[in-house]
Design a protein around this ligand. Sequence first.
Ligand SMILES: *Cc1c(COP(=O)(O)O)cnc(C)c1O
Length: 367
Amino acid sequence: MTNIYSLAVEGVQKLIPYKAGKPIEELERELGISNIIKLASNENPLGIGEKACAAIQNAIADLALYPDGSGFDLKNALAKKYALTSEQITLGNGSNEILELVARAFVTPENEVIFSQHAFAVYPIVTQAVGAKAVVTPAINYGHDLNAMLASVTAKTRVVFIANPNNPTGTLLKQEAVEHFISMLPNHVLCVLDEAYFEFVSQTESVDSVSWLQQFPNLIITRTFSKAYGLAGLRVGYSLSSVEIADLLNRVRQPFNNNSLALVAAEAALNDAEHVRATVENNALGMTQLTDDFKELGLTWIPSAGNFVSVDLRQEGLPIYEKLLRKGVIVRPVGVYEMPNFLRISVGTPTENAKFLTALKEVLADV
Ligand SMILES: *Cc1c(COP(=O)(O)O)cnc(C)c1O
């Protein structure tokens, strides 16, 4: 009898699926406890904004109709925001889909794809799914080593993934360093600059990557509505690129990859500056709340530019994670990122952060 696994394309046979943060409902079922908090997936602790919520209510009546497959209104709103043309924008079912579209449109099994150690887990998945070779460069201080990445470029390289800030480390590269890096890439290499946490950074530092699109036809910037905009459940992300790249990405995407509610909610969220402002403010306060207590506990952490922080427990993180679960707090183990002694904590509301910190103190006092 044929082993079905042997029929799958080679990359898929060896693929280890992405492991998401444990859902609250699952933990409730397993442990029979309630009031669980989830600080595991970098979601917005303030939830969806009022404007996005209202837009969804209004759009429900039209759900029998297919969505606008071109995403006309949302693309126009994004084009206006960034002073680009809508032909430069590609919408994805989350920015994760964009990462996959890039691999499908540009990468063959003969190609190499470069990304850093400790970088976002979706890069190896999309690379392997198309059967390409992943070239992983060692990190410096948990961040990307751009020189090492540049030195790894060969004639076979087709894509380089840069996460800025990176998840799960939160490390941030300087804008000048990234710009220089892209300028040094040969013409046959695309740079995907993953800025999923852009909104958190742009409030404190200048981010000028969008202006680089004029110089670099091989640049693809990806951003998302999942983090600062609080729409992770709706799955909307996008890329900004040259018209040519957007054209190619649009050829491989499904015609209705964004549902109607996602399209209207994202457009409304773009106009809800107040919700993003409150989100970023809550994040800054929460980051201080968490790291102040880490310091008190004698723990070190990786300084983070995102809405999460990876803390070094100086012992296996997984048992601590399990004990935190039992106290109703879901955080993220990062062993798959070669960081077995760390746990990644998403910044929550002040109450959620306090509940996590109390649980952490109890767990650490126990061992
Ligand atoms: C969360 C995240 C994304 C995107 O998530 P989507 O929900 O698919 O938009 C992309 N890159 C990084 C580094 C992330 O952490």
